[in-house]
Unconditional design. Sequence first.
Length: 201
Amino acid sequence: MNSNELLELLKKRRSYRKFSGDEISEEDIINCINIAGLAPSGANMQPWTYVIVKDKELRKRIREEAELIEKDFYLNHIPDEWRDKLAPLKTDFSKPFLEKAPYLIVVLAQNYGIGENGEKIKHYYVKESLNISIGFLIYSLHLCGLASLTYTPTRTEFLSKLLDRPENEKPVFMIPVGYPSNDYELPKISKKDENDFIKII
């Protein structure tokens, strides 16, 4: 595959907020996360944890907790400018995709490591490294024919409790994964022209 073919293929990647619920291959999910683990990272510390949530009851609890937080945010805290930007995406505090997608990947940043004797191990460029890894993940999922959404909840402490994660890890993203619903209408959006973000000097 040459770069032109790859570009045209990846132009088709979109974020989906409604999933069919049909089962997908767990092996594909694990392989895509392993690809995400190949991403470059500061000092090669690989400061990430990926938790695959397939338990239906746990996905339901995550949705309920997330919607409580998002409802308060949308009703009481979101700036009007931000609300206007979200309008074309038709998004609100309702997050059924967290429960309906057959898999939910929770991505956590490891702010520091923990050694065998319990000592803290410094991690470098955690945010930057994690974002690169997530980029590897979402395009790997797309190339496997799977739909996904990168969802960043307003607050994430509830995830640490529900998933029983250690204090050195902070949840950052939730990524529902599955096949798109046939009756989901994608928002009409466009990307920047390459002249707006590519500069050759």
